[in-house]
Design a binder for this molecule. Structure first.
Ligand code: HEM
Length: 529
């Protein structure tokens, strides 16, 4: 009796509800029950249907969003905790996409050295990059054309070019320190990521981009650059063409940038400007594709924008981490200065490119910082046909995206002793291999822009591997070591109160960087410049 009574009451009140409730309330109730149902079905689906021929799926409550939030907040924590649960290969849902992560050296190799018929980069990166770089370059062209464009850039970074860059970058750093309001007097503090972002753009533009672009950064270019950069927000993986204000500004900025670069090229071609520098614009003006066509002006512009973006974020994040890490171990400033005096003489003459290779500790500081703070935490590829993963029963369907994170192997205790300790001296035995050179005895392959390892067993790959591997590594090392050397001569840094803490990482943009503000104390070593 009472049970029937209760039921009747509930049904009655429902009837009551529906006859009196307004339409929005009904719609909201309907939507809520739809969400609940979707969650229940999603959970049941995960519990009941496990496909033994596909990698395990990271458990998640909400369909479509899946693990997007946990991954996005801290990708490395996400990778390591799921590695512990599921092993080196697992799938998670990233904004509706089944994304298969393959970790450790085998995973790095599987994805980064994947064949072009199996895995594709431009399908993933183009929606984000093409509105920023413009047409016909990088991911808005066939891979074979990208390989030629990478060859142009790589071959433009000659020894002569790099030699001239060391001088130009040193001069920029000295001028910056002299002018910047943070560096007045004998000691003070500065917000490392903010100040280093500024310095990086001046040094990179003065060397690689050339004098005209450098001078524009004192005025119009900074705003254009900022607007263009906003186009790189992660939301644009989903909505690159949405008529949102930041996208409209990005498009205006891109067109103005392309126009500006094209004008520089036209002026130079007209003969008004003397060729007296080794910047990349001069080099690209002389390059020809295999079929004999020169690089059109808008492509020179696009390549230069791509280099500006790729170089700026990675280098500015890395030099910031370098200084922040050094501020936790100030005794390293003494060691670095000692190294410079030993190699160059106590008088510390101007630094040259040849000196860089004689200062292993400077290189090791860069190398170790990239081990712990590689600016690119996730590398993605679209699967093009079902892919077997060797040593497992897994076949990855063509609908999946593959995700590689070489930063994981670089921070595993299986490969590095005390991986969470920042210690440039861990590379002491490796002095001959200053850079991320893959194993010397590996088989080599040329994708069109120089020799790289065919397979790669190294757990340390901050510059990637395979056909999409970085071509900016040498330039990055020159820039970072030169800035580091100039700073060591000028300042000693330390954390406020001598603390050994380090800030966390900001993963909210595509390239990871130190959380700002991150303030350190500086003390001048000699007289004010
Ligand atoms: C590619 C890292 C500096 C230009 C890459 C990749 C990584 C990387 C991991 C591979 C991406 C993928 O496989 O999808 C870094 C780091 C840098 C740095 C850690 C500095 C510390 C630079 C600089 C430039 C540059 C300074 C330009 C001068 C490029 C280009 C590619 C690339 C053109 C090729 C993209 C492709 O083939 O799809 N970089 N990079 N990078 N990087 Fe860098």
């Amino acid at each position: 009796g009472s049970r029937m009574g209760l039921l009747a009451e509930v049904v009655g009140s429902l009837g009551d509800f529906s006859s009196h409730a307004s339409l929005p309330v009904l719609v909201a109730a309907g939507a809520a029950s739809f969400v609940v149902l979707a969650i229940v079905l999603n959970v049941l689906n995960q519990l009941l249907f496990k496909n033994p021929n596909e990698p395990p799926v990271v458990f998640h409550w909400v369909p479509f969003f899946g693990s997007t939030i946990t991954y996005g907040m801290d990708p490395y924590q996400f990778f390591f905790s799921n590695k512990a649960k599921y092993g080196d290969v697992f799938t998670f849902i990233l904004l509706g996409k089944k994304t298969t992560v393959c970790l450790d050296t085998k995973g790095n190799n599987f994805i980064l050295n994947g064949k072009i018929k199996d895995v594709n980069a431009e399908e993933i990166y183009s929606p984000l990059c093409t509105p920023v770089f413009g047409k016909d370059v990088v991911y808005d062209c066939p891979n074979s054309k990208l390989m030629e464009q990478k060859k142009f850039v790589k071959f433009g970074l000659t020894q002569d070019a790099l030699r001239s860059y060391v001088t130009l970058i040193t001069a920029e750093v000295q001028d910056f320190i002299k002018r910047h309001k943070s560096f007045k007097g004998q000691k003070g503090t500065f917000n490392v990521p903010k100040v280093m972002a500024e310095l990086t753009i001046y040094t990179a533009s003065r060397s690689l981009q050339g004098e005209e672009v450098r001078n524009k950064f004192d005025s119009s270019f900074a705003d254009l650059y900022h607007d263009l950069d906003m186009g790189f927000s992660p939301i644009n993986f989903m909505l690159p063409w949405a008529p949102l204000p930041h996208n409209r500004k990005r498009d205006v900025a891109r067109n103005k940038m392309i126009e500006t670069y094209s004008e520089i090229v036209r002026k130079r071609r007209s003969g008004d400007v003397k060729k007296d520098a080794h910047d990349m614009i001069w080099h690209l003006m002389d390059c020809k594709y295999k079929d004999g066509t020169p690089v059109p002006d808008h492509e020179i512009a696009g390549i230069m924008i791509a280099l500006l973006m790729a170089g700026q974020h990675s280098s500015s994040s890395t030099i910031s981490w370098i200084l922040l890490r050094l501020a936790t171990k100030p005794q390293l400033f003494d060691e670095l200065l000692e190294e410079q005096k030993r190699v160059l003489g106590a008088g510390l003459p101007p630094l040259t490119h040849d000196d860089l290779s004689k200062m292993p500790l400077h290189a090791q500081v860069v190398k170790e910082t990239l081990r712990m703070h590689a600016p690119i935490h996730s590398i993605m590829r679209q699967v093009k046909q079902p892919l077997m993963i060797e040593g497992t029963n897994y076949v990855i369907p063509a609908s999946h995206v593959l995700m590689s994170s070489p930063g994981v192997s670089a921070n595993m205790s299986e490969h590095f002793v005390n991986p969470s300790t920042w210690d440039p001296h861990r590379w002491d035995a490796d002095v001959a291999k200053n850079y991320d050179e893959d194993d010397q005895d590996d088989e080599k392959i040329d994708y069109g822009w120089g020799m790289v390892s065919k397979g790669t067993n190294s757990p340390y790959l901050p510059f990637g591997a395979g056909r999409h591997r970085c071509i900016g590594e040498q330039f990055a090392y020159v820039q970072l070591q030169t800035i580091l050397a100039a700073f060591v001569r000028e300042f000693k840094l330390r954390n406020p109160g001598g603390s050994t803490d380090i800030v966390g990482t900001d993963y909210s943009s595509l390239f990871s960087r130190p959380l700002a503000p991150a303030v350190v104390e500086w003390e001048r070593m000699g007289r004010e410049l």
